[in-house]
Write a protein that binds this ligand. Structure first.
Ligand SMILES: C[S@@+](CC[C@H](N)C(=O)[O-])C[C@H]1O[C@@H](n2cnc3c(N)ncnc32)[C@H](O)[C@@H]1O
Length: 232
């Protein structure tokens, strides 16, 4: 079901300008944009400090990134979400709570290389990315070989991707693609909420609804090692 456009979306987006760094144009040719257009961020100008930077892709309503940022005030967070209707809630909550260390990008993950310098990010969170099981949509999966070289280039050496999902099929696919694309996979659990990682886990909106239905949560960490090389 399609989500109804939020009331007064445009003026409300404008009121979030303090935390909204960029807003993508939907008709942009993504490949061309990533290759030809560069507006790389100067993080110290954006955040006013030199703290490390972490990134969430597909932040949805932003509950996870808000809680993570509150727990870690000495880390800066970037939250990416393609859907304006959804990111608006995340931004409004962040402003309401006065969280100083989160900024938002309303763009598709495909064009992140336009804005984020290479080797500038410590961690990337992929929380409950849409599994898209249809073969024809593989390229849109956020752990497909189309995206992993982008993440690898953005991550610092030793940096990592932390993935959580409710879909076993998507999880197995992701584990295989992480390894194929040169990441080292560790901390694999097929039942996060009953694992040693449960205590520090921040439950996202989707995670709450899946676990309330009794579904196990899958989680892993994919590390960019010293031997990581870009793959085509
Ligand atoms: C299933 S929701 C999960 C939301 C949230 N992470 C959670 O766990 O509650 C996936 C989100 O990823 C966003 N998304 C999907 N593809 C994206 C892309 N290429 N770039 C940025 N965001 C994307 C969707 O708009 C959606 O809000």
């Amino acid at each position: 079901m399609r989500m109804r456009k939020k009331r007064h979306l445009e003026p409300r987006m404008e009121r979030c300008e303090k935390v909204l760094l960029v807003r993508g144009r939907p008709c942009l040719n993504l490949k061309e944009a990533a290759e030809n257009y560069r507006a790389l961020f100067d993080y110290s100008a954006v955040f006013g400090n030199e703290n490390p930077v972490e990134l969430e892709i597909g932040c949805g309503n932003g509950g996870f990134i808000a809680e993570l940022a509150k727990r870690n005030p000495a880390t800066n967070y970037l939250a990416v979400e393609v859907c304006s209707n959804v990111i608006l809630t995340a931004m409004e909550n962040c402003l309401k709570e006065g969280i100083p260390n989160v900024r938002f990008l309303n763009v598709p993950a495909e064009i992140l290389p336009c804005y984020l310098p290479e080797r500038s990010v410590e961690k990337i969170y992929l929380n409950f990315s849409t599994p898209l099981p249809e073969t024809s949509r593989e390229k849109q999966r956020l752990t497909s070989p189309r995206f992993l070289p982008i993440y690898g280039a953005l991550l610092k050496e030793g940096g990592c991707i932390v993935q959580k999902t409710d879909s076993e099929e998507f999880f197995d696919y992701s584990l295989a693609k992480f390894r194929e694309c040169g990441f080292e996979v560790k901390e694999v659990t097929r039942d996060l909420h009953r694992s040693e990682y449960a205590e520090e886990n921040i439950v996202t909106e989707y995670e709450k609804s899946f676990s309330q239905k009794g579904m196990p949560i899958y989680r892993c960490v994919a590390v960019k090692s010293a031997h990581w090389k870009p793959t085509k």
